[in-house]
Design a protein around this ligand. Structure first.
Ligand SMILES: NC(=O)c1ccc[n+]([C@@H]2O[C@H](COP(=O)([O-])OP(=O)(O)OC[C@H]3O[C@@H](n4cnc5c(N)ncnc54)[C@H](O)[C@@H]3O)[C@@H](O)[C@H]2O)c1
Length: 387
């Protein structure tokens, strides 16, 4: 199959991700059939696509004629058979429940020809495991978009154990056609590339909250003074303490027990103080804004600490063979996290001893072995990794 063969794309689910994927596909000239289980969910997704296009028309970034032409490429249905008619590529964005995904893929796989590519937008699940229910696992692949899909450039294209190179290559071509940056993920390890690289910093945040000696306001004020839009604790509240804790829980089951959410987060969960959405989390939230005391900065925790942890994990990701190159890891972080610079690019000008000392200090202070420096960080050889 070639890129030219992919004319029509079927999208399963019209929620936060499904409608966003549909939007970028129709905008790039693909015909799309979007399927959901209830008409009201579809109507909601279509309304969001229209709103987003209308916003772009209002800003002069898109013409009304282009918007109308894109909308004309979108068909919707609640009927799965109809949704799969003529599809060469099916992208799934249904809720993150393994049994649901498996039942959807079994049904889809029974209804389509063997050469149709079936992709899942799962953020956490094993591609190889979901692939056990499809007829042709060589054509089954992960296609991990980032939220909001119309603004985030990265797409992680993830191999399951049996995914063919051809399948991954076509999806990279498709992603480029709708102006995304595809990065190949060679192994379906937890968190793939981007989320995995953020994982130890999440554990670090949990440990700081438990320490009782770190003031979130001070750390966030420091990070914002260095140009970040939001501080790390503020982001945790913004994402939701429940989502943040579930992610840590998942990594504690799949990567290391040290990721387990600490007492502070668990107490917040029990009290249903879940961050912005409940008006209280690490911070109190008023009118969509965290009330942060910005009068003091943090003496001990700042960009160096977060960067060192991220660089160390990027080294692990490369060593585990999850990414093809250090450039791919840098691209993934830049385009999946809207970062100015990737971890290897950043590390190129850093002193290995400073990184090593920072990581050793943090590991000892917060009792986390996952923060210990990798040998390649200690001896500085991370600077030439993959070269
Ligand atoms: N929201 C994010 O930030 C984000 C980011 C990356 C990946 N993801 C992943 O994308 C997937 C979807 O997440 P979401 O946030 O869009 O969820 P969502 O709950 O907003 O939307 C899921 C939609 O799927 C529909 N649905 C349920 N069963 C279906 C079926 N059998 N066929 C078709 N549609 C069905 C639901 O009615 C709902 O409209 C999940 O796997 C999630 O992990 C989410």
């Amino acid at each position: 199959m070639k890129l030219e063969d992919v004319k029509s794309i079927t999208i399963l689910g019209s929620g936060a991700m499904g409608h966003g994927i549909a939007q970028v596909c129709i905008d790039a000239g693909f015909d799309v059939i979007m399927r959901d289980i209830k008409q009201e969910f579809i109507d909601n997704g279509v309304a969001k696509i229209k709103d987003s296009f209308a916003f772009l028309v209002g800003k002069g970034k898109k013409s009304q004629a282009d918007m109308d032409a894109a909308m004309a490429r979108l068909t919707t249905t609640t009927d799965l058979k109809e949704a799969l008619k003529g599809a060469k590529l099916v992208i799934e964005a249904v809720p993150e429940i393994m049994e649901l995904k498996k039942s959807v893929f079994k049904e889809v796989s029974d209804l389509v020809d063997d050469d149709v590519i079936i992709a899942t937008n799962t953020s956490t699940m094993s591609i190889s495991e979901i692939a056990t229910v499809v007829k042709n696992p060589a054509r089954f692949v992960g296609m991990h978009f980032f939220n909001p899909v119309n603004r985030m450039k990265l797409v992680e294209v993830i191999y399951g154990e049996k995914t063919s190179d051809e399948t991954v290559d076509i999806l990279c071509e498709v992603s480029k056609k709708y102006n995304k940056v595809p990065v190949k993920v060679l192994k379906d390890r937890p968190g793939f590339i981007v989320n995995r690289i953020s994982a130890p910093n999440q554990a670090f945040i949990s440990a700081m909250l438990d320490s009782g000696t770190i003031v979130p306001d001070e750390v966030d004020t420091t990070m914002k003074a260095m140009g970040q839009k939001m501080g790390p604790f503020e982001i945790a509240d913004f994402v939701g303490i429940d989502v943040f804790s579930h992610t840590l829980e998942y990594y504690s089951e799949t990567l290391s027990k040290e990721f387990k959410p600490g007492k502070y987060l668990t107490d917040k969960m029990n009290k249903k103080e879940l961050g912005m959405k409940t008006g209280k989390g690490i911070y109190t939230w008023v009118n969509g804004k965290a009330v942060i005391d910005g009068s003091k900065t943090s003496a001990g925790i700042g960009p160096m600490e977060f960067a060192a942890i991220q660089i160390n994990e990027a080294v692990r990701v490369f060593k585990e063979g999850i990414a093809q190159s250090t450039k791919d890891i840098d691209d993934a972080v830049k385009f999946g996290m809207n970062a100015f610079i990737g971890p290897f690019e950043l590390a190129a000008s850093m002193d290995p001893k400073q990184l090593t000392d920072t990581l050793n200090n943090l590991s000892t202070k917060f009792g986390l072995d996952i923060l210990k420096p990798e040998p390649e960080v200690v001896d500085g050889s991370f600077k030439t990794m993959g070269k």
